[in-house]
Design a protein around this ligand. Sequence first.
Ligand SMILES: *[C@@H]1O[C@H](CO)[C@@H](O)[C@H](O)[C@H]1NC(C)=O
Ligand SMILES: *[C@@H]1O[C@H](CO)[C@@H](O)[C@H](O)[C@H]1NC(C)=O
Length: 444
Amino acid sequence: MGYPPDTTKTSMERYNSYLRRVNSTKLINTPTSKILIRSLLLTAVIILIFFTVNNPNLSSSSSSTGHHPRSLLSSLVTSDWEKSVRKSSTPQIPTGISVLVTGAAGFVGSHCALALKKRGDGVLGFDNFNSYYDPSLKRSRQNLLLRHEIFTVDADINDSDLLKKIFDLVPFTHVLHLAAQAGVRYAIKNPQSYIHSNIAGFVNLLEIAAKHADPPPAIVWASSSSVYGLNTANPFSELHRTDRPASLYAATKKAGEEIAHTYNHIYGLSLTGLRFFTVYGPWGRPDMAYFSFTKDILNGKTITVFEAPHGQKEIARDFTFIDDVVRGCLGALDTAEKSSGVPGGGKKKGPAQLRVYNLGNTSPVPVSKLVSILEGLLSKKAKKNVVSMPGNGDVPYTHANVSLAHNDFGYKPTTDLTMGLAKFVKWYVGYYDVKIKQVVDIER
Ligand SMILES: *[C@@H]1O[C@H](CO)[C@@H](O)[C@H](O)[C@H]1NC(C)=O
Ligand SMILES: *[C@@H]1O[C@H](CO)[C@@H](O)[C@H](O)[C@H]1NC(C)=O
């Protein structure tokens, strides 16, 4: 999340420093000016109290998150804008679905939006372009979408007025909700951003889907493999425990799964959560290890590689290639049943679908192997600083059991890490215009 400077110290602190400044001014020496200043201060205090009482948001919600204090509704919406929204969302084939993709300028979001559009579905993108990582990469993805006639609304999922407007314009059959605050270790630095996006934003979307949208859409959304937390049973199955998250990120994703249950139960929303396992590939996220390792190896910078404490299993991830994940997302959308709720949030007509699936690669790879594959692809040795993994959110090992997704929509990952990283590196050197000795060219 890109956060503007903290506005918590609005009213009171500014007022206090004003007081300090006023008190240190020599001006206060004559009796008349003292009276004048006192009455000015009194007026200021009254105005301040009046203002705070009438705007509770000013002191609480907007200060803790610093996000779009007001809806962008009035500033964005013009008849041209409405036309773009409608056009982008209209399927090109009779059997096509109409999908709102949140986080569309993100890694998984942009790939899914393109895949849906390519097969003839209507797609509207939604993204707040926050600066958690380089927003110019998100803008490039947005441009890529635009070249494929996918329009992306530039706003926050917490903006309910704008979201309502969008559902008024388009009767979306589906929502692919991928907007989220990602990253495991960043949660130590900016915990509120996870609450804002992954909980408050999700609830906002569900509220509108349940109570405002006509028809209520089926929702497929991004949970995370991190919900398995300290689970040690392997490979991770949807039946395993998920009540021991190791990071606030994981905790908010787990909370999302419980919140999904509630909206499914009360309003009959059709909800499918997808637990992604370390998704990587072209147009990926710069905050992820494979991406930053590539950058640092090319720049001759030392990379920090985590190792497990002595005697424990090597640190490994079930790296999952983006194209496999996209097929999983589309499979989940295509098998999602209609919501059973009635528009306006009335009594549901019957039980609705509630699902959770692992989308992994079923083949964990140690981080040391990741580095050696990259060294090979980049024709360059990495400078490594190997440290013991700190206990601040990462789990040592992930491994997906995907038989549920396989049974229900034929999910079957087909790309191994070497092949997938070759495609990533090919994209990376093209996008950033890097010269390397040789690019291993692998045809799709
Ligand atoms: C969400 O957006 C609304 C405007 O649509 C704003 O009033 C509110 O403060 C925001 N809440 C959070 C948690 O950012
Ligand atoms: C994978 O999960 C399914 C249930 O979804 C279970 O029947 C199967 O035994 C699991 N496979 C392994 C290797 O644990």
